[in-house]
Design a protein around this ligand. Structure first.
Ligand code: SAM
Length: 179
């Protein structure tokens, strides 16, 4: 089951939209044995969908409103995800995970990438970016770390009342451990 955007409890936190969620989770190639670390989990849309696909999930966010939404959506969809409130940088080293999604990094992307790389069990990192600057940093850093890279720009428009309604374009990047 793939959950549509309108079913999530929403607040002021920006949510990863349906099409970006589907592509990001396909890039992560989520399966039963995976442990996903969702950094900047927001409303929990990625975490909850990954749990429904069979992964164990750590959902981290530093924002109070996001953590409230995470709890509400966890309850609504009755999934077993572990919610952590705080800066991802302070927790990554203490968690064991096999795949990682970065939905927000709050200016600490470089530190977050280097911490993720230290975990030898992590195989794939997928990130969503709206800023070219962050995309460039992701590409540069993972290239230096010898990961395989794939990047797409996603631009979705929906037809509503006979008119096109556009979502903001986003970059979806994947880094796969090549060593
Ligand atoms: C675009 S939203 C994420 C959307 C989320 N994937 C969803 O579907 O709702 C980015 C989130 O990242 C969080 N964030 C930013 N930097 C963070 C950090 N260093 N550690 C933890 N959370 C962070 C923000 O609080 C915000 O909720």
């Amino acid at each position: 089951m793939w959950i549509k955007d309108e079913y999530f409890v929403r607040g002021d936190v920006p949510m990863t939209k349906f099409e970006a969620r589907v592509i990001s989770l396909a890039y992560l190639d989520i399966c039963n044995k995976d442990v996903l670390l969702d950094i900047g989990a927001g409303t929990g849309s990625i975490s909850i969908q990954a749990a429904i696909l069979g992964a164990s999930v750590f959902a981290i966010d530093r924002d109070d409103e996001a953590v409230k939404l995470l709890k509400k959506n966890k309850e609504k969809f009755n999934v077993d995800i572990e919610i952590i409130k705080g800066n991802a940088e302070d927790y990554i080293e203490s968690l064991n995970f096999t795949k990682c999604f970065i939905g927000g990094s709050g200016g600490n992307l470089l530190k977050i990438i280097n911490l993720i790389d230290k975990n030898p069990n992590n195989k794939i990192v997928v990130a969503n970016f709206i800023k070219v600057e962050n995309l460039s940093l992701f590409i540069k850093t993972f290239r230096e770390l010898k990961y395989d890279l794939e990047v797409r720009m996603l631009s979705i428009s929906k037809i509503e009342n006979d008119l096109l309604k556009a979502n903001n374009p986003i970059f979806i990047a994947r880094a796969t451990r090549g060593r």
